[in-house]
Design a protein around this ligand. Structure first.
Ligand code: ATP
Ligand code: MG
Length: 449
């Protein structure tokens, strides 16, 4: 027996019912980003492995244990499936010189990312992000705008209960001072550190602050805080971000333990968190990464950005009930049934003529009796069936059968078909820039077409 093959664990198929919701979501996203002047960019899914090692950091969860890295079997090159988008985006910006000296770019991308994690609700091995990157901006204004635009998206999607956590990681120098203090502090408490923390003590002590181990909470809580090491400029930057957010009416909580799992961040970092998703509650995370462009070989350039987890956002959207209001299921408006050779030729022409003026049409394929074809027409959700037999074909006419209100079938001449369908469905003539409305917005649910 042939064994059936299954998708890789943690990598999900997105089936049509769900994929339609994704497309709807992506439309909202495109419109939202356009409103803030962001332009799309698309990077490869596979990048050179060293890109991520350099950008994200050697001693991070992602690089140490989550990255799908492999050798190209043909030329031995070390490659990786991208675990996130910022590194590739910055690489592309440098490679194509997208930001001239002193210039600015607002960019976004979306697509699959890959991390070898333990799959669970809201955590997958192939997941999707929408990434937003603002390059060439040094001030606190863009940090605030990045955060404010997220708030607008939550509003547009009708999501509530997503709260904002904010922190400042300071400059590289300030982080180094804080780091030295942290190492000294944790060393003097070495016996109270768990295994993970012991391992990170010298390599990445900041990440110890992120520990979720209950027995570590007390010692972590009392650790030296980065805020006490912030210099004048970092402090002013952080305060300005907070003022802009307050002015915009955005509530936030300063969380001194928010450090983020990627090494390239400095100054402002933030996370949007929902309580409804359990441990996988962060739907959006980002911050400033002023050193990254230079670190990847470009000219020094300040930058900031964030990434949102699409699966987590969609889970929230679906359970919020708000989806119902914006989601229009793309059902065909017209289903064409036909029988006989001449009828089939006319059916093709009729379907194309209706598509010419914007209708969505399903042309029956696969033959069968009129009765069985009409069953499919009914099941398709279409509002009208076109019925074409040899009689109709000979007379250059088409039968129209309303499917949703029990109306009688009638015939119209072939040239009059588009007008007749428009009238039957929408009660209007075809307009100059006629684009029929999609879905069942015309009260199909209560039976009236
Ligand atoms: P977490 O703490 O949940 O592991 P992270 O800090 O690793 O998140 P980022 O690298 O900042 O996450 O990615 C940004 C967003 O992408 C996250 O806030 C989350 O919404 C989403 N995300 C990250 N990893 C996954 C995953 N394995 N499955 C689904 N979504 C994810
Ligand atoms: Mg993670």
């Amino acid at each position: 027996m042939i064994q059936t093959l299954q998708a890789v664990r943690g990598m999900n198929d997105i089936l049509p019912d769900e994929a339609e919701i994704w497309e709807n979501f992506e439309e909202v996203i495109r419109d939202w980003l356009k409103g803030y002047g962001y332009r799309p960019i698309r990077m490869p899914i596979v990048e050179p492995e060293p890109l991520f090692r350099r950008a994200i950091g050697e001693v991070t969860d992602i690089v140490e244990k989550e990255m799908y890295a492999f050798e190209d079997a043909l030329n031995g090159e070390r490659l990786a499936l991208r675990p996130e988008g910022t590194a590739g985006c910055v690489r592309a910006v440098i490679e194509h010189n997208l930001v001239a000296s002193g210039g600015q770019q607002r960019l976004y991308y979306q697509g699959p990312m890959f991390r070898h994690e333990r799959p669970q609700r809201g955590r997958y091995r192939q997941f999707h992000q929408i990434g937003v990157e603002a390059l060439g901006f040094a001030g606190p204004d863009i940090d605030a705008e990045l955060i404010i635009m997220c708030a607008r998206l939550w509003g547009q999607l009708g999501l509530t209960g997503i709260s904002l956590e904010l922190n400042s990681l300071g400059s590289a120098k300030e982080r180094a001072d804080h780091r030295a203090a942290l190492i000294a502090y944790f060393e003097s408490n070495r016996d109270r550190l768990d295994e993970d923390a012991q391992r990170r003590l010298h390599a990445n002590p900041l990440r110890i602050l992120d520990s979720k181990n209950p027995s570590m909470q007390e010692i972590v809580e009392a650790a030296p805080k980065l805020t006490s090491y912030l210099g004048e400029e970092s402090r002013a930057h952080f305060e300005a971000v907070q003022t802009l957010l307050s002015e915009a009416g955005i509530a936030f909580r300063v969380n001194h333990r928010l450090v983020r799992g990627l090494d390239y961040y400095n100054r402002t970092v933030f996370e949007w968190v929902s309580e409804r998703l359990g441990a996988q509650g962060t739907v959006c995370a980002g911050g400033r990464y002023d050193g990254l462009v230079e670190q990847l070989g470009g000219k020094p350039m300040p930058a900031a950005g964030f990434a949102m987890g699409v699966e987590r956002l969609l889970a929230l959207w679906q359970e919020s009930g708000e989806l119902e209001y914006v989601f229009e299921r793309p059902i065909p408006e017209v289903y064409v049934v036909h029988q006989g050779d001449n009828a089939q030729c006319m059916a093709f022409r009729a379907a194309e003529a209706l598509r010419d003026v914007g209708f969505d049409v399903l042309l029956h394929c696969g033959g069968g009796s009129f009765k069985s074809q009409m069953k499919r027409a009914d099941a398709s959700g279409a509002l009208l069936a076109l019925v074409i037999g040899e009689d109709e074909a000979a007379a250059d006419e088409v039968g129209i059968k309303p499917l949703r209100d029990g109306g009688e079938q009638y015939r119209v001449s072939f040239p009059a078909l588009p007008e007749a369908v428009a009238g039957a469905i929408y009660g209007t003539e075809i307009q100059q820039d006629y684009k029929p409305r999609k879905g069942n917005g015309q009260g199909v649910e209560d039976g009236s077409v």
